[in-house]
Design a protein around this ligand. Structure first.
Ligand SMILES: [Mn+2]
Length: 354
């Protein structure tokens, strides 16, 4: 019998769930007993970080963010009863973490050889690329399944290579969409370190899909001359560096003024790719390639909401490169909050569907 009428874990469902109860991540993302059938937004966990070039740790993000997500209070400034529209977390595909643990060390060895200018094994590199390709295929298939059910997919990485399969699946479905890319990096490198599916190449790879019509990068501040020249020579790619944002603000322009004109360049359908290092360092201390400068948390939320507020539809999103620190819950907590705002924004944007 239930203790004093409180439903036990097994009997808690969306019907009898009480958002005032203490959060429990065993019930689901954000502590809500969401179901696949009911959810309009589904999150695919991708604990994969084989191509990370500097600090590792982001493969543990899906688990840490799930645990931390139950601590959030879910009142939302634009959505009454937001908890009911909370996303459903798809069950993790075990193949992904198997491939991650098998190939992470082999990739690290490859990077070490490159750094020491020593000859590297071509077959090792080919096998790493094959593993990354396999993960891309898994994410693509999962995304396709979600999209076929009329739901919005979100990828929870892992490093920034992980959403490529989702962008591919969305490009299979939508003829014309843009990407809002929040990041410290342009990720426009061609097969960085020999990795065809590198985290540092994801926007280069996405820019080659015909149905991706526009990529708008915000907060970028750490890039190579090759990436800059690729961006400058591509009609698809626009960017606002965090330095430009900061200078404009110093000159007395508002963040809204700087951003709005650029958002207008995006098509009606938008995919949001959110690398946590697009935020300033205090918000992502554990992340793989930290860079000072960047957006504040509120500026990022403003940007996310501007997509639906401008009449656009969010067809999918990802959150990558969150790397929870050992003795701190802060990175995972911020990640969970960004994930909640991304998924609620996607849900709200359904009203703009055409
Ligand atoms: Mn980045």
């Amino acid at each position: 019998m239930d203790y004093e009428g409180i439903p036990t874990m097994r009997t808690i469902s969306l019907e009898n769930y009480d958002p005032k109860m203490p959060g429990n991540s065993n019930l689901g993302l954000f502590g809500v007993p969401q179901t696949f059938e009911n959810a309009k937004v589904c999150v695919i966990p991708v604990p994969f970080e084989v191509t990370v070039s500097y600090q590792s740790g982001t493969a543990s993000a899906p688990r840490a963010i799930l645990e931390e997500s139950a601590q959030l209070d879910l009142a939302h400034p634009h959505l009454l009863g937001a908890w009911k529209f909370s996303p459903f977390l798809i069950e993790e595909n075990k193949q992904i973490s198997l491939l991650n643990s098998k190939f992470r060390r082999r990739a690290a060895r490859h990077i070490k050889m490159l750094e020491q200018a020593k000859p590297y094994s071509r077959s090792n590199l080919a096998e790493i690329n094959k593993a990354c390709h396999d993960v891309c295929s898994i994410v693509r298939a999962e995304t396709r399944r979600i999209v076929e059910h009329g739901k919005i997919p979100g990828v929870l990485g892992g490093d920034h290579s992980t959403p490529l399969g989702a962008i591919l699946a969305l490009a299979d479905k939508h003829e014309d969409f843009g990407i809002l890319h929040i990041d410290a990096h342009m990720d426009l490198r061609v097969a960085y370190e020999g990795f065809e599916y590198s985290h540092a190449s994801v926007m280069y790879n996405a820019s080659r899909f015909g149905n991706v019509k526009k990529i708008l990068q915000i907060g970028v501040r750490d890039f190579s001359e090759d990436e800059l020249s690729y961006a400058n020579n591509s009609e698809k790619i626009s960017y606002i560096t965090s330095e430009t944002i900061a200078r404009n603000k110093i000159d007395g322009k508002s963040f809204a003024k700087i951003i709005e004109k650029e958002i207008d360049k995006l098509p009606q359908k938008v995919y949001i790719s959110f690398d946590i290092d697009g935020l300033d360092l205090p918000y992502c201390r554990g992340t793989g390639t930290p860079v000072p400068g960047g957006l504040s948390y509120e500026e990022a939320i403003y940007l996310i909401d501007l997509i639906w507020q401008s009449g656009r539809q969010i067809i999918g999103f990802d959150l990558c490169e969150v790397a929870p620190e050992k003795d701190s819950i802060i990175d995972a907590s911020i990640g969970a909050r960004i994930l909640f705002r991304l998924s609620t924004a996607a849900f709200i944007s359904l009203k703009n569907r055409r």
